[in-house]
Structures are given as structure tokens and as C-alpha cells.
Design a protein around this ligand. Structure first.
Ligand code: B12
Ligand code: SF4
Length: 486
């Protein structure tokens, strides 16, 4: 069997302009490795710009596959739907679509013209079975993990249990990706995953929706053995001279201290390469920060998401105090690590003062890079349900979480809310400078003055607006934000 994957990997904005991405995606790379191991042939159409119909048809004809495998996030599904429709009109190829969107919204996917099967969840075994059935002419409609349509009837096969022994997987097939299509920051990075899953259930994140698809959600967080991880790096780095650092894509690399200690020892002995990873403030104290730095870590990305304790706790289901957040960033700084904070604006029930809380907490954390995205509700998540319940969803889906309009009806459309969002970085920097002032008395007074400028109901709105523009304008001129490519 020949399976050709189609992977949309670009951001198209409302005005039609687009940003090519061009990154290695391990989900497809693992599937390709497993298929090749079983004697199948694979190829990839890595779609890094909005495709033209004729271009796609020609590319697929050239590949001449037996099965098309689309991979899709929620953001990319509108492009997948367009492409699958074109292919169905032109040729009668079997198609399957997998990835995070078919996992959390399988019905939408399988009801889309041109898609025969939606694969829910991790699909190494599912895809092998599908290939086997198509090759031998057996009925594929009962394969666990696949949803399909039988005429008008929706066939929902139960999901397959999560594979717990990750070491039994072959290393991902990175050769599937053509480096000529990579974006600049993909070239130097050795992308890798040492584990799968996340133990938390943040209400906006796809993880709890993905986890609930499986019959064994208790096994969701799995680790590869440190030996297996290091062996993969040793096989990857010598074959690609462009790799300058390792990028662990794991949701939280520091969940299990004992596992991390063993990985760290092996990594220091045998890899000795700088790396970037994600962590979570609950798993990053001074000891861990020092451990990361000794291992070779240069940058840690951690979510702040919201600086308002009520919103964070009750709406986002993130249980951590402001103090813990500040301490984790401080621990990294003291250990010599650079930090990236990730934040969301446009959350349901959020008002201007809550956005300002997020800005201020970033000021106190002093991250080297502050990433601000627009909250997008993902189907199957708790926060999506809340948005639906409150009738907040009014916009369609965008390709990205950055520089996009919120799809939610705003719960606060005051000018203050817009001003804080649009001056997020400048204000965070200013609060950070205020926090670093030597005199606590002066620092507190300056903080109160800036708070009042943004939000005080006792000062005239017009004057505050003008003055705020002057203050943020001045700060912008004096400060160039650092954009760490993480
Ligand atoms: C690495 C990563 C990336 C990479 C790769 C993107 C990708 N396609 O996943 C990069 C850096 C490019 C990226 C970018 C973005 N990401 Co990202 N990313 C991740 C992350 C951390 C890990 C994904 C991964 O590699 N997992 C490991 C592999 C082995 O597992 P897997 O992806 O589930 O793949 C298995 C199955 O899904 C299935 N499968 C996958 N493809 C296919 C295809 C076929 C044919 C079949 C049968 C099966 C199948 O089999 C695979 C192997 O078992 C996830 C978080 C997470 N926990 O999933 C977020 C995540 C996928 N990202 C997310 C987001 C929001 C983004 C961005 C939109 C951010 C932005 N810049 O605006 C972009 C969108 C990119 C795009 N093209 O759509 C969200 C997506 C939410 C959603 N519902 O769509 C996630 C889920 C984070 C979250 N917690 O909510 N991301
Ligand atoms: S900790 Fe991060 S990856 Fe885990 S559920 Fe929360 S947002 Fe998602």
C-alpha cells in the first residue's frame, strides 16, 4: 500500500494573506515509520501555502497513492475539508483524516464530503489495520478507532486503548519532510517528544477532550525510557548537520522528577546539546530550574494564561497561585534560563481589569518573551461548552491563535479592555520596571498611578485615554521586546 499524507501547515488571515509554516510534525512522522516498518510505502504533501485545486490534484496524481491521510488540527480543518472535496470530485481515492480535530470532533470530520474515515486518537495501529483491510479487500468499517458513514448511518467504533509502551514504537520518520519547505526556525531544531499526554485538565486545552476519547484515560501520561529518548537523539543529530539544539515538544517535560533525573544524566553524558522545553509552574522550583540548566536547557516556556486568580481557578481550571507563578519564573532566571510566558486574552467572562491582572503578573515574572494569543474555544473542551451555553460564540474559525479576531462576543467591549490588550507588552514591561524599582514605597505609588490611569472610574475617561497613549508611546520607544523562537 502507498499512503500519501496531506498536512496543511500555514496560516491564512482574513484578508487572504498567509504565513507559511513548514515544520516537522511528529504525529505523521510516527505513522510513517510504523507503516514503513510493516512494508508499506509513504509520502507527504506538505502544504505550506493555501493550495490551488489544480496544484493539489496534480501532486496527488504524481504520488499515485492507494490511501490519502489528512492530518488536521481544529484550525486547519477548513482547509482539509476544501482539499478532500476537490479530491473526491476528481478521483475516487480512499481517504482518512486523523489528528487532534478528528479526535475531539469526529462526527464533523466524517460527515465532511470526501473523507471516508475519521481516526480518533493516536493511530499507529488503526492506520496499519486500515491499510491491511484496504489491501486485502476486507471490511474496514469495524476497525477500532475509526468513525465512518454507512449511507446515512454514523458508525462510531470505540477508540483503541492508549499504547502504554512508547519504547516499542520505531523512531519517527523525519525523512518524510522535505527541508526545502521548512521555515527558518525549523532548520536548527531537533524536534522530539519524550512523553505523551498531560496530567492536567485545563478547561480551554484540548488535552482533556483528547484524553476522554480513550477507554483507558488513566494511562494518558506516558514516558519513553530515557535510554530510548537519548538513542533517538543520537540517531537524529548525526544525520542532520543543521540541528543546533533539541526542542522537546512535550507538554510538560518536568512532570516526573525521578524520570527527569535519569534523562538528565544520560543527556549530559551523551548528548551535550542545548535544548528548549515546556514546563508548568507547579513543576518548576529552584531545584528543577538548576537541574534543567545543568542538563543544557536554555529556554523554558510556561503558561501564565491569566493573571486573575478567580478566572484562572474557576474558569480555566488552573490551580496555582500568583506567588507560585512568580517564584517559578524567578527560579528559572536565577538558574540562568531564559523564559517564555504564554498568555491568553479574550477569555469568556474576562473584563479589562482581568486583562490588566495578566499584564501585571507578566510584569512581576519578567519573562524574556511574552506570548499573547487570542482564546479560541476548541470543540469537546469544558470551556467550549461554557461559551456555547452562554451564547458567546459568534465568529468562525481562524487558522491561528495569533493576530486573529476573537470568535467570541466580548463580555467587555470598553476602550480600556482594547487598550490593555493592544498595549499588553508595553504595559507589562512598564509594570516590570516599576517592580524592579529600589524603593518599595515609590514602586507601590507608581503601580497605583498606572492602575488608576488604566482603570480608575474616578478620573475622566478622555484624559486617561490620552495620557495612557503618551505613557505607552514613550515606553514602546525605549524598549525592544525579545522574541525568542521557541
Ligand atoms: C507539537 C505541537 C505543534 C507543532 C506541530 C503541529 C501539529 N499538527 O500538531 C507546531 C509547532 C507546528 C504547532 C503549531 C500549532 N499548534 Co500545536 N501542538 C503541538 C503539541 C504540543 C504536540 C503535538 C504532537 O506532536 N503530538 C505527538 C503526536 C505523536 O501525537 P498526535 O499529534 O496526537 O498524533 C497522533 C494522532 O493525532 C494521529 N494522527 C495525527 N495525524 C494523523 C493523520 C492520519 C492520516 C491519521 C490516520 C492519524 C493521525 O496519530 C498520531 C500518532 O499517534 C500539541 C499538544 C498535544 N498535547 O497534542 C499542540 C496542539 C496540537 N497545538 C495546538 C495549537 C492551538 C497550535 C497552533 C494553532 C498555534 C498557533 N501558532 O496559532 C498551531 C497550529 C498548527 C497547524 N498547522 O494547525 C492545539 C490544537 C488545538 C486544536 N483543537 O486544534 C494543541 C492540541 C495544543 C492544545 N493543548 O490545545 N503545534
Ligand atoms: S498544563 Fe498545559 S498542556 Fe496540560 S492541560 Fe493545561 S494547558 Fe494543556
Amino acid at each position: 500500500m502507498k499512503v500519501t499524507f496531506i498536512y496543511p501547515d500555514f496560516f491564512q488571515y482574513e484578508d487572504g494573506s498567509f504565513l507559511p509554516e513548514g515544520r516537522i510534525y511528529l504525529g505523521i512522522a510516527y505513522l510513517s515509520a510504523v507503516l514503513k516498518e510493516a512494508g508499506h510505502d509513504t509520502s507527504l504533501i506538505h502544504v505550506v501555502e493555501p493550495p490551488e485545486r489544480e496544484w493539489l490534484i496534480e501532486r496527488v496524481r504524481r504520488e499515485s497513492p492507494d490511501l490519502i491521510g489528512f492530518s488536521s488540527t481544529t484550525h486547519m480543518f477548513r482547509h482539509v475539508a476544501r482539499m478532500s472535496g476537490w479530491l473526491r470530485e476528481e478521483m475516487g481515492l480512499a481517504t482518512v483524516c486523523g489528528g487532534v480535530h478528528p479526535t475531539i470532533a469526529p462526527e464533523e470530520v466524517v460527515r465532511t464530503p470526501g473523507i471516508d474515515y475519521a481516526a480518533r486518537g493516536e493511530a499507529e495501529e488503526t492506520l496499519l489495520e486500515l491499510c491491511h483491510a484496504l489491501e486485502t479487500g476486507e471490511d474496514a468499517s469495524g476497525i477500532p478507532g475509526l468513525w465512518t458513514m454507512d449511507g446515512e448511518r454514523l458508525v462510531r467504533n470505540p477508540a483503541r486503548p492508549l499504547r502504554t509502551d512508547l519504547d516499542s514504537l520505531p523512531f519517527p520518520d523525519r525523512s518524510l519532510f522535505d527541508p526545502a519547505l521548512f521555515c527558518d526556525d525549523q532548520h536548527p531544531r531537533g524536534t522530539l517528544m519524550a512523553s505523551r499526554g498531560c496530567p492536567f485538565n485545563c478547561s480551554y486545552c484540548s488535552n482533556h477532550a483528547q484524553k476522554s476519547a480513550y477507554p483507558n484515560p488513566e494511562d494518558y501520561v506516558r514516558f519513553r525510557s530515557p535510554e530510548n529518548v537519548v538513542e533517538e537523539i543520537e540517531s537524529m543529530v548525526p544525520t542532520d548537520s543543521r540541528i543546533e539544539f533539541i526542542r522537546f515538544d512535550d507538554d510538560i517535560l518536568t512532570v516526573d522528577r525521578e524520570w527527569f533525573r535519569r534523562l538528565s544524566e544520560l543527556y549530559r553524558d551523551r548528548v551535550k546539546m542545548p535544548f528548549i522545553c515546556n514546563s508548568r509552574v507547579n513543576f518548576l522550583d529552584r531545584e528543577m530550574a538548576l537541574g534543567l540548566a545543568e542538563m543544557g536547557c536554555t529556554v523554558v516556556c510556561m503558561g501564565i494564561e491569566s493573571g486573575n486568580p478567580w478566572l484562572r481557578e474557576k474558569v480555566l481550571n488552573r490551580h496555582m497561585s500568583n506567588r507560585k507563578i512568580v517564584e517559578a519564573f524567578a527560579a528559572c532566571r536565577e538558574a540562568g534560563l531564559k523564559t517564555v510566558s504564554t498568555n491568553m486574552v479574550g477569555l469568556p467572562l474576562e473584563d479589562a481589569s482581568m486583562v490588566l491582572d495578566t499584564v501585571k503578573l507578566n510584569g512581576l515574572c519578567h519573562p524574556d518573551t511574552i506570548q499573547v494569543s487570542t482564546f479560541i474555544p476548541y470543540p469537546g473542551t469544558e470551556l467550549y461548552a461554557l461559551c456555547e451555553e452562554q451564547g458567546l460564540i459568534e465568529g468562525g474559525r481562524a487558522d491561528s491563535i495569533f493576530a486573529v479576531k476573537s470568535p467570541l462576543r466580548s463580555t467587555d467591549d470598553s476602550w480600556e479592555s482594547d487598550a490593555v490588550k493592544s498595549s499588553f507588552h508595553t504595559l507589562a514591561f512598564t509594570y516590570g520596571r516599576i517592580d524592579s524599582m529600589k524603593s518599595p514605597v515609590l514602586s507601590r505609588a507608581a503601580e497605583r498611578a498606572l492602575d488608576a490611569l488604566v482603570l480608575s472610574r474616578h478620573l475622566p475617561s478622555g484624559a486617561r485615554r490620552r495620557l495612557l497613549r503618551v505613557v505607552t508611546g514613550r515606553a514602546t520607544g525605549r524598549w525592544e521586546p525579545e522574541w525568542i523562537k521557541y
